[in-house]
Design a protein around this ligand. Sequence first.
Ligand SMILES: [Zn+2]
Length: 259
Amino acid sequence: MNSPLLIGSTPPISRVMMKAETLEVAKAFWEQAGDPGPFPRNMERAATLALPIAIVKLPRLTVATLASWLRKRGIEIAAPVCEGDMAGCVVAHRGCAAIFVCATDPEDELRATLAHELAHVLRHYLAPRQRVIAALGPDVRAVLDGERPASFAERAKGLLLGVQVGVHVHVLPRDGRHGAIARIENEADELALQLVAPRDAVLDVLRESAALSASARDRRKLLAERFGLPPDWFAVYAAERTGPSDRLGSMLTQLRRSE
Ligand SMILES: [Zn+2]
């Protein structure tokens, strides 16, 4: 049964659900990155401290400016499909990643984009890679990096099924998801939110704002200011009427359905 995610005078903590893996991956990330410091969190610093990641800020981010930047550094990849401007993009290979963001975006959008792309790196690139390496040994890295085909013995274990090999490229279009796989995107959004605005910290702020009888809109604004993300990222925590309407809201509704 689905009940609306409403934040009333007291936030219903148990009703804002997250996948256990999201909480685990976020926790492991901050253990590697070290002290996250005060909110809003500096995700650029944390990402580069925790992982072999480069953050590249381009004045304009399109398939052409991305390809040009890579080409100048001797990197040729199959161009991702994305018409128009992108908010962000990640290129990952051999256990390293470069996250591209648009330098002229406002700070809260930059933080959101960076966290979304970082979430893809953590959850959809590094986590499956680490699982396969742990199970099959370090020699399998060459398979994951697209440098040799998998042996019969490696294939026989079935661990490579569904694992993308070679260069990973993920694009975040500026105007919608363009048929991006919803589950993957929802997982990235959920993890991104937990990295930047952990659930417990969000609920602490909501308790304060509930005491002030703030409207749902004002609470989203308060959360946005505290955590440095666009207000619509918090619709799941502070919904207007009968339930979440944005992408994070529908993602959490979906997660609750699957429980
Ligand atoms: Zn994405």
